[in-house]
Write a protein that binds this ligand. Structure first.
Ligand SMILES: Cc1ncc(COP(=O)(O)O)c(C=O)c1O
Length: 268
């Protein structure tokens, strides 16, 4: 268990004391960007990739480049003397120039085993919105997508674009196995450039599995042998159902890749 800690504009505080004024653009307008980093066995996994993606998100919404070296040093400070526990590290940079880092226990959430198909609210019909793929602090559409899916009796949404092309889940990447090949969605479709997705594709290559990146309709995922959801705070989760379509219970590749991912995340 991690006692909540935070650093607000360089100041170390207890999590309970990490407060922002209501006039901060992050609070008033959700104007800012954030990252959620998995801390596995005491170590932030691929922190450099997360910092780069934070810079990309801020650029996408016209905000200035963040001081990545400062954020890296603050992240290291926050995880110092943590011991080999799992935790969630979050970094926020708001349009007011506010920098917040928090370290908490990983959230307890329903695993996304049963998904329902939903059009992603942030993908416009023609082309791709310039905000697509940016982890802006206005995450309400993502949170609402999960709530709608749960109201429909599922655990989460399988988000598609208006052409029915599979994208991602509201807080995770989606990959699947068809004919022994690992399939992943092209980031050019406007999905978050997920670090878990990148890592799983690297691992699949290292394990000698064939990998394809592209664009596929829901039907292609429904007939897959295995469907996986993953994100920085989650292990690889194997999906059981998409709408009324029940997926095979046996997930040998997901089990193998999930174990490999866990080993890599926890490697000292
Ligand atoms: C919309 C969306 N897709 C995918 C992901 C997974 O990204 P990562 O693996 O870098 O955590 C996230 C993470 O929060 C997300 O919000």
């Amino acid at each position: 268990v991690v006692a909540g800690r935070a650093i607000v504009n360089g100041q170390a505080v207890d999590l309970a004391d990490a407060v922002l004024p209501v006039t901060d653009a992050g609070v008033a307008r959700g104007d800012g960007a954030f990252e959620t980093v998995g801390v596995w066995s005491g170590r932030p996994f691929r922190l450099g990739d997360h910092l780069e993606r934070l810079a990309c998100s801020l650029r996408a919404v016209g905000l200035p480049e963040p001081a990545l070296d400062v954020l890296a040093a603050e992240a290291a400070r926050l995880c110092d003397d943590l011991g080999r526990v799992d935790a969630a590290l979050r970094l926020y940079v708001t349009a007011s120039g506010t920098r917040v880092l928090t370290l908490t226990d990983p959230p307890v959430r329903k695993e996304p085993r049963n998904l329902v198909v939903q059009v992603a609210p942030w993908v416009v019909p023609v082309g791709v919105s310039p905000l697509a793929g940016a982890k802006t602090m206005s995450y309400l559409p993502n949170m609402a997508a999960t709530r709608l899916a749960q109201a429909a009796g599922a655990d989460d949404a399988l988000l598609v674009n208006t052409d029915g092309i599979v994208l991602e889940s509201p807080t995770g990447c989606v990959l699947w196995v068809d004919d022994g090949t690992v399939h992943a969605v092209d980031v050019d479709l406007g999905i978050v450039d997920s670090i878990s997705r990148r890592t799983l594709l690297d691992l699949a290559g290292a394990e000698g599995l064939a990998v394809r990146v592209g664009a596929w309709p829901v039907a292609a995922v429904e007939r897959a042998a295995e469907v996986w959801v993953c994100s920085s705070l989650r292990p690889l989760v194997t999906v059981r159902r998409i709408g009324d379509v029940v997926l095979p219970a046996d997930t040998p590749l997901g089990d193998r890749m999930g174990a490999a991912l866990d080993r890599l995340r926890r490697a000292a």
